[in-house]
Design a protein around this ligand. Structure first.
Ligand code: ZN
Ligand code: ZN
Length: 293
């Protein structure tokens, strides 16, 4: 990096360690710099002793399963991301997909990919199916049908294997809740990077859905998330990084990683008005219960 470059790509400093260990309930180690060993060691040094590695496409899901098999501290989830399913059906004009599905594959290609997710979901180190759901921010009208079909298939896979469902819901709250209700949600369902308001938190609470809060709960403009966190039942609250995305304040814009979970935990404890250790104790137990490990 040139000497005059801004420091925005530099890793934020290590936070003060948590006294009670917690899990990062949703991360993407395969999109972060450094090795898995380095990421796990750095996280463990500040009390983040477990991570849930989330797959977003076939390649990432296989990687998640392999990584969870290799490290006790890692659990895996497998899925086609809500933005991946339409790419498989309609092609990927932007070339974003890491599996290179640039040619339209149609419904048959989606079925084939779902069959592979189904196979991976049976593995013991795979604790969840996701991230799946609906994303109306990145996927336009033409992709909605494929996205919803994929979401419904993931729900079915999660239920059949008795695995936790991990929901990605971006600008699609009502439809996500509707599809869950129509299909019947699995016993354990997690809204990752919870983005609803307090009213939706009440709906999630009554359905028993876990709400996982990410670094954006610390953002100045995210009072709605803090309001939701304030009313969510403590036993349904999780914490995550969604790293490398959503780095908590005051490090917003720099690369995120599991070792930054304590920053978000402290902000969450302040919102709830409870002691950091008490919150960490709940988060640790909740994540283990949510993912059945
Ligand atoms: Zn997501
Ligand atoms: Zn994610």
């Amino acid at each position: 990096m040139p000497a005059n470059a801004p420091d925005k790509n530099a890793a934020p400093p290590l936070p003060e360690p948590l006294r009670v260990p917690v899990a990062d309930s949703h991360t993407h180690l395969d999109m972060q710099s450094g090795t898995v060993e380095e990421a796990l060691a750095k996280a463990a040094s500040v009390g983040v002793t477990t991570v849930v590695q989330v797959g977003c496409d076939l390649k990432g899901s296989r990687w998640a399963a392999d990584t969870a098999a290799a490290y006790d501290a890692v659990h895996a989830t497998v899925a086609l991301h809500p933005n991946e399913a339409p790419r498989i059906v309609h092609g990927d004009p932007d070339g974003w997909s890491r599996q290179g599905a640039r040619e339209p594959g149609g419904d048959a290609a989606l079925d084939e990919a779902l069959a592979e997710i189904d196979r991976l979901a049976a593995l013991p180190q795979v604790k969840g199916v996701g991230e799946t759901g609906l994303d109306y921010f990145r996927t336009g009208e033409e992709g909605k049908e494929a996205q919803e079909r994929s979401f419904r298939a993931h729900i079915e896979i999660a239920k059949r294997h008795g695995k936790t469902l991990v929901i990605h819901d971006r600008d699609a709250h009502a439809d996500v809740l509707r599809v869950l209700k129509e299909e019947g949600a699995p016993e354990r369902t997690v809204f990752h990077c919870y983005s609803g308001d307090a009213e939706m938190a009440e709906i999630c609470a009554s359905a028993g859905y876990y709400m996982s809060f990410a670094g954006n709960v610390t953002f100045k403009n995210a009072q709605n998330l803090r309001d939701a966190l304030a009313v969510a039942p403590l036993e349904l609250v999780l914490v995550e990084t969604d790293a490398p995305f959503l780095t908590p304040a005051p490090h917003r814009g720099r690369p995120n990683a599991p070792y930054l979970v304590p920053v978000t935990v402290r902000a969450m404890a302040a919102v709830r008005g409870i002691d950091e250790d008490a919150l960490a104790t709940a988060l640790g137990a909740n994540t283990a219960r949510a993912f059945g490990y």
